[in-house]
Write a protein that binds this ligand. Structure first.
Ligand code: URA
Length: 251
């Protein structure tokens, strides 16, 4: 990212800054309302260096947002929501108070589930994480009631029809069992509501504890419940690659 200069078409820059659509930005440019480094630019193909050029629209400077990519360990008994909840339940907003950018969760975890949540103000990346088309795998460690036998595991691997359609995990394996409980790892690339719980209940195994430990190449690692950190450059590159995106964001 550092040391790489990417020139961006002026109308694209204005839309990436969240000002307006590319087409409306073209109109603003043609109307002479856009200045680059103090001079009116009416040329639609004009390119700017987002790191150096000063762009103004109707006298107001337009700056690229600072993109944040946050990994949060959502503890159990927090809602994946911003703001206050109506029924007094705690929300993840309490945990990310110190982040000045308006980041949003890319996907959700149930109130009583825990683990990895990604939050960002990069809408394109968030959409790709959530859309099943990009097949980003989410890995869950799940304690369930009962001993999950070989035959059940084999049936799980083939997928099932739930009330809202067919689903099939990318993988499922038994890690251990003790007393009358089993620990399984299950991977899904889709995010339908309560998908893991509904899938496992279908086989008669009610979930005791559900923890998401990875989203694509991003791992929860040794983060503790309630803690967050920014993704590092290497993680972001790997995530973008997994989502078929350019290695670096173009502003
Ligand atoms: N599946 C569920 O059932 N719950 C979650 O929170 C995530 C996936």
């Amino acid at each position: 990212m550092e040391g790489r200069t990417l020139l961006v078409r002026l109308n694209r820059y204005l839309s990436l800054c969240g000002l307006t659509s590319r087409r409306k930005a073209e109109e603003l440019i043609l109307q002479g309302k856009v200045k680059v480094n103090g001079l009116v630019v009416k040329e639609l193909g004009w390119r700017v260096d987002p790191k150096k050029d000063v762009v103004e629209v109707e006298g107001k400077e337009v700056k690229q947002p600072t993109y944040r990519y946050i990994i949060l360990y959502k503890p159990c008994c927090y809602l994946t929501a911003l703001g206050k909840s109506k029924d007094g339940k705690r929300t993840i907003e309490e945990l990310i108070k110190d982040i000045p950018e308006r980041v949003y969760p890319a996907g959700r975890l149930d109130y009583n589930a825990e683990g990895l949540l990604l939050l960002t103000n990069d809408g394109e990346l968030a959409n790709r994480i959530m859309h099943p088309r990009h097949k980003l795998k989410k890995t869950y460690l799940v304690w369930v009631y009962g001993i999950v036998g070989k035959e059940t595991l084999n049936r799980m691997k083939k997928g099932v029809r739930l009330e809202d359609g067919f689903t099939k995990p990318d993988s499922v394996r038994l890690l251990k069992h003790q007393e009358n409980k089993s620990l399984i790892e299950v991977v899904f690339h889709e995010g339908r509501k309560h998908i893991v719980k509904r899938f496992l209940s279908h086989f008669g195994h009610r979930v005791i504890k559900l923890k998401r430990v990875a989203i694509g190449p991003i791992k929860l690692g040794d983060l503790k419940p309630g803690q967050w950190r920014d993704l590092n450059e290497h993680e972001l590159k790997r995530l973008r690659k997994a989502l078929d995106m350019e290695p670096v964001k173009e502003v």
